[in-house]
Structure formats: structure tokens, C-alpha cells
Design a protein around this ligand. Structure first.
Ligand code: G6P
Length: 614
């Protein structure tokens, strides 16, 4: 997590950097800071605890005149959120300032050595070690900033995206990456760098994604230069961004989360476009079509993911097992990487990640590749690390998701997993062609059905008022809707800070039922599927213990309507396609409860959208 941004050009660096920080705030927002070299040759560093707006307030009466600068928005790893621990950090002699996203694992060791050489540290961060080390090398070797950065990075173990500026050189930024993302924007007279392209999309569409182990030198009036850690110059590969400004704005909605919930009919259409064609009779997923033999012969699929993406992965397991009859395992990437995974060449590993940058998922990808498995990446962020590190893959194409709580990315992921399952089923002939075509046809109808479900908005809003002050919630579902229960509970807890547990409805008898009383509402996802009768009895079990029930049911349901306290009706849809539909009312419910409680739904406390640390 943490977002970094840098600017060198003819314009006002402060304006570009502050705007850029706002765009990157989803990556962390416990403190922010900026460093600029003024025309008078002063290195001005300003830092403030809290959101970027606090930094703006601090800078109001300060000298912010500069055409070069770097900035940072933090999600604390080493050291509490405070002005002192905020980035940029600077060297003791005030010559260098540096911003960093990542974690320096051997910082303690390096700090001890530097202290022995007389360095004094002011913060508790791992980052300060890096800037002091670079300056120490620069002075000791009397070398350029580039050489000092390179030498320092040889001594560092960990993950980083960094940008460094020098007081005495207002014409150069040196930046580097290892495991944390960094992209450089090349304008006509200006160069930008950032953790993702959002801070510079309005200035240029030309982007260069730095690779692991690369150092970039941005020099005023010179073309961009990139070197590896052995100082060999790399080829510059300029990509054109597929991003627009309107995708980064709220577009009249009070929050990004609500905008993203309501965008889902459109984003799902984008996700299906060109992949489910000929009225649903043809499934075209390039990542599968280009690797037919791999998908035909796979003996097992392992899906690795974190957070909401892990919930989508569980739905993927149900889909692939039902449609393709291939055993599927779903692993938390953070556990997978340390679980002595056993993979063979017959395994396909699917890495599912909205950001394409989650550190644990990325690490799992590397392990899987090293073990010889075929790795298929499913991601949203074009050009991010996971799509670049995998053998093949598919984008979910839902556009930038800015609200920290994932909504449209979740439904996009489920959609791509459904298309993937259908594509594999077609290839392996594990499902009759007519059945594939029938599901393909239903898949094309999903965006419209989502539009229909979104009409529950007012009803959910009213309902939310009844439950705003509940302290605990239980979410129950079975089969395809068990992962939806997990996701519904996660949505509620992450933005409203109400404790919520998702559970397979039948498992409730083995523990959570003890918690049920009049104070503990249950949200039960109970569409008319092959487990309907079973879930009806689970609903009765909750009711018998005095718990109130909000049930998501199929339109026209009369049985649960008579037992539950509230029902939210969704249209009829094939069971395997139901999660996209059933998750919508749960998104709305968590949203309105959080809003009723006055919470900042787009930036919930302690969370970050892109988790680039372990
Ligand atoms: C964070 C985000 C979640 C996301 C998870 C995995 O926790 O807040 O919304 O699901 O990371 O992120 P990824 O980008 O890999 O899907």
C-alpha cells in the first residue's frame, strides 16, 4: 500500500502532486507529505498526519513554488501514523528526500550499521534507513545520485517503489522498483511517476511500467533512461493508457462506492463484450483459446487470492467443478505461499486480483511459476504486475475501482470466472453444447437483471435504518451463495465497523447458532435453487431462536416471506449465475448502514485498496 507520485517539468509541481495524492489516497490515508526543490535551491518538505487535505491545510502559507517534487500518501507499516513517520524522509544533511512504497526487510541491520557510522534517525520507519543509506554512499563514494541509489538497492532486501530528489539538483528524479508498482508518464514537457497511472492520466496517455530491478532517471530536457541494477540500459516500452478522467470522478454520486455499485450493469456488459457472442452460443476467452492444450489436460486448478477476490474465487470453484469437473482448490495467497505448496505441470494456478498488485498474490504467482504450473491471471488494473507475471489471463474490464470496499470488481471477477468455466467446459466437452449455449444466453441477460435489482435501492435504504445500530450480524448462504454470505459480511464490517460473520447456513448449527438472539440479525441468501428446502429449515432455526431475518429470495417466494422479518426479492436466474444478482442487495445494505452511521465509505479506517505489503 502507500501511494507515491513525482513530477518534473515546467508546471507547478505542488498542484500536480497534491491532485495526484488525492487520486492515490485509496492506497493509504493515514498521513501524507510532499518534498519539492524551490527555484532558490531549497528542499522544502511538508508532512501531516491524516488525509491529504490536512497536508493541503499545512501548505497553505508555505513556499510551494517548484517544478520538481515527490509526494506520498501512507498506510503505516513501520511506526505509527504521525507527522514524523510520514514520508518523504530526508537524509540527515538535508540533501536528499525520498518516498517509498513497500517494506525494507533488513532495515534494522542497515540502521545499526549506519548508526555506527554516526547517522541519527528521527523516525521509526524502514524508509528513513534507505534515504540515509543512499546519502551515506553518495558522500563516501563521491558519486552521482543514480550510482548511490543503485549501490544502496544492492544492499536492500524487501519490496520498494521509490523516488528520490536532491537539493542541489533540481533537474533530476531517480526512481526504482522491486515488487511494488511504479509507472512513469511521459508528457511533452513534463514527466510524472506514480504508483499507478491515475495521477497523470489528464496530462498524458503515454506510460512506461517499470519492471522489478529497474532504476529510472528522469532528467529535465532529456529522454527518460532506465537501467537495471547492473547498470545496463533497458529498452523503453511506452504503452498507451486506456484510462479516462471521468472514470476517476464521482460523476454526481455522493461516493465512489455508490457510483461503482450503480455502474455494475455497464461494467458487466464491458466484461462480457466480445466474450459471449452469437446470442450466447459462442464463448471466446483468448486466454483459454490460446492455451487449449493446457486447459484440456489440466488435472487440477488452484485459485489464489486475498480479501474479496478470495470470495469470488470460491464462487469460481463451484463454477469450475460443476461445469468442467476439474478439482479446484481455493487458497488465501498469504497462506499458500508459506504452506509448502505442491504443484505439478498438470496444474493451473489462477491468480485473482483486482489491483494486480497484492503482494501475497504476486508472491504466490512467482512460486507457482517456479514450480512449473501454468499461471492464469485475472485482474482489473491493466498493465499491473500480475498480468505481466502470468503465462496468460483475462482482464475483468470494469474500469478503475476507487472505493476501498470492492463491489463492481467482485461482480466482474465472478463474471470472468463464469465465462472461464464455460470456455473450459466447451473445450473439454464436460457439459452438453446446448447447456453451454443456454447459460451463455442467460449470462447476456445478467446486466439487465442487475439493473432491475438495483431498483431495490430505496427499499434497502429504508431497511438499513432499522439495523443501523445492530452490533453483530450473521450472513448465511449455501452452495453458490455461501461465498456471497462471506462477501456480504465483509462489506458490512469493512465500512460500518459492525462485527459480521459469514457462514455456510448449515454449519450455523455447529456454533454461531449459540449467538442468535433478538439483538443479532441474520441476513440469509435463499434464492429458489436446489438447496432451497434446506435453507428454509435454516431460516426456521434462526427464527426459533428469536433472531430477526432479512432474506434475499426469488420473486414470488411465499414460504420464506412468511417466516422472515424482511424479504428482498431478486429475479429468477440459473443457480450458478445467482451470486452476481444476490450480492447487489448486500452491497446496498452495507453501504446504507455505513452512511447512516456517518462513516466514510470510500476510505474506511485502517484499510487500503491495494495491499502491496505482506
Ligand atoms: C484489500 C482491498 C480488498 C481486496 C483485497 C485484495 O483488502 O481492500 O477490496 O479484495 O485487498 O485485493 P486484490 O487487488 O488482490 O483483489
Amino acid at each position: 500500500m502507500c501511494g507515491i507520485v513525482g513530477y518534473l517539468g515546467n508546471g507547478n509541481a505542488y498542484d500536480v502532486l497534491i491532485k495526484g495524492l488525492h487520486r492515490l489516497e485509496y492506497r493509504g490515508y493515514d498521513s501524507a507529505g510532499i518534498a519539492m526543490v524551490s527555484p532558490a535551491g531549497k528542499l522544502n518538505v511538508f508532512k501531516a498526519k491524516g488525509k491529504v487535505e490536512n497536508l493541503e491545510t499545512l501548505c497553505k502559507d508555505k513556499d510551494t513554488n517548484a517544478t520538481i517534487g515527490i509526494a506520498h500518501t501512507r498506510w503505516a507499516t513501520h511506526g505509527e501514523p504521525s507527522d514524523t513517520n510520514a514520508h518523504p524522509h530526508y537524509s540527515e544533511d538535508g540533501e536528499l528526500a525520498l518516498v517509498h512504497n513497500g517494506t525494507i526487510e533488513n532495515y534494522k541491520l542497515l540502521r545499526d550499521v549506519l548508526e555506527e557510522h554516526g547517522c541519527t534517525f528521527h523516525s521509526e520507519t524502514d524508509t528513513e534507513v534507505l534515504v540515509q543509506l543512499i546519502e551515506y554512499i553518495k558522500v563516501k563514494n563521491n558519486c552521482s545520485l543514480l550510482d548511490a541509489v543503485r549501490e544502496a538497492l544492492h544492499q536492500v532486501v524487501g519490496a520498494y517503489a521509490i523516488a528520490v530528489i536532491e537539493k542541489n539538483n533540481p533537474d533530476t528524479i531517480v526512481a526504482a522498483r522491486q515488487s511494488s508498482p511504479l509507472v512513469i508518464g511521459i508528457g511533452e514537457d513534463d514527466t510524472f511517476l506514480a504508483s499507478d497511472a491515475t495521477p497523470f492520466v489528464e496530462y498524458t496517455q503515454n506510460a512506461v511500467y517499470l519492471k522489478d530491478g529497474e532504476i529510472a532517471v528522469i532528467q529535465r530536457g532529456e529522454p527518460l533512461k532506465i537501467f537495471d541494477l547492473d547498470n545496463c540500459e533497458s529498452k523503453i516500452d511506452v504503452k498507451t493508457l486506456e484510462l479516462t478522467i471521468s472514470q476517476l470522478e464521482k460523476g454526481g454520486y455522493p461516493s465512489f462506492m455508490l457510483k461503482e455499485i450503480f455502474e455494475q450493469p455497464t461494467t458487466l456488459r464491458e466484461c462480457i463484450r466480445g466474450r459471449v457472442v452469437d446470442g450466447g452460443r459462442k464463448i471466446l476467452l483468448n486466454g483459454v483459446l490460446d492455451n487449449k492444450e493446457v486447459f484440456k489436460n489440466a488435472k487440477r486448478i488452484v485459485i489464489v487470492a486475498c480479501g474479496t477476490s478470495w470470495h469470488a474465487s470460491l464462487i469460481g470453484k463451484y463454477l469450475i467443478q460443476e461445469m468442467c469437473h476439474i478439482p479446484v482448490e481455493v487458497e488465501y495467497a498469504s497462506e499458500f505461499r508459506y504452506s509448502c505448496p505442491v504443484l505439478t505441470k498438470d496444474d493451473i494456478v489462477i491468480a485473482l486480483s483486482q489491483s494486480g498488485e497484492t503482494a501475497d498474490t504476486l508472491a504466490a504467482v512467482k512460486i507457482a511459476r517456479d514450480m512449473g504450473a501454468f499461471v492464469f491471471g485475472i485482474s482489473n488494473a491493466v498493465g499491473s504486475s500480475i498480468p505481466r507475471e502470468t503465462d496468460s489471463g483475462a482482464y475483468i474490464h470494469v474500469g478503475p475501482e476507487i472505493g476501498v470496499a470492492s463491489t463492481k470488481a467482485f461482480t466482474g471477477q465472478v463474471m470472468v470466472l463464469t465465462i472461464l468455466a464455460l470456455a473450459i467446459a466447451e473445450l473439454r466437452e464436460s457439459m452438453p453444447q446446448e447447456k453451454v449455449a443456454e447459460l451463455g444466453k442467460h449470462l447476456l441477460e445478467i446486466p439487465e437483471l442487475v439493473e432491475h435489482v438495483l431498483k431495490l435501492d430505496e427499499e434497502v435504504k429504508r431497511l438499513s435504518l432499522i439495523y443501523t445500530y445492530a452490533r453483530n450480524f450473521l450472513y448465511l448462504g449455501r452452495g453458490y451463495n455461501y461465498p456471497v454470505a462471506l462477501e456480504g459480511a465483509l462489506k458490512l464490517k469493512e465500512i460500518s465497523y459492525i462485527h459480521a460473520e459469514g457462514y455456510p447456513a448449515a454449519e450455523m448449527k455447529h456454533g454461531p447458532i449459540a449467538l442468535i438472539d433478538a439483538e443479532m440479525p441474520s441476513v440469509i441468501i435463499a434464492p429458489q435453487d436446489h438447496l432451497y428446502e434446506k435453507i428454509v429449515s435454516n431460516v426456521q432455526q434462526v427464527k426459533a431462536r428469536g433472531g430477526s431475518i432479512i432474506a434475499i429470495v426469488t420473486e414470488g417466494d411465499s414460504v420464506i416471506r412468511n417466516i422472515a422479518d424482511h424479504v428482498l426479492e431478486i429475479p429468477e436466474v440459473p443457480e450458478c449465475l445467482s451470486p452476481i444478482i444476490t450480492s447487489i442487495p448486500l452491497q446496498l445494505l452495507s453501504y446504507y448502514i455505513a452512511v447512516n452511521k456517518g462513516k466514510n465509505v470510500d476510505m474506511p479506517r485502517n484499510l487500503a485498496k491495494s495491499v502491496t505489503v505482506e
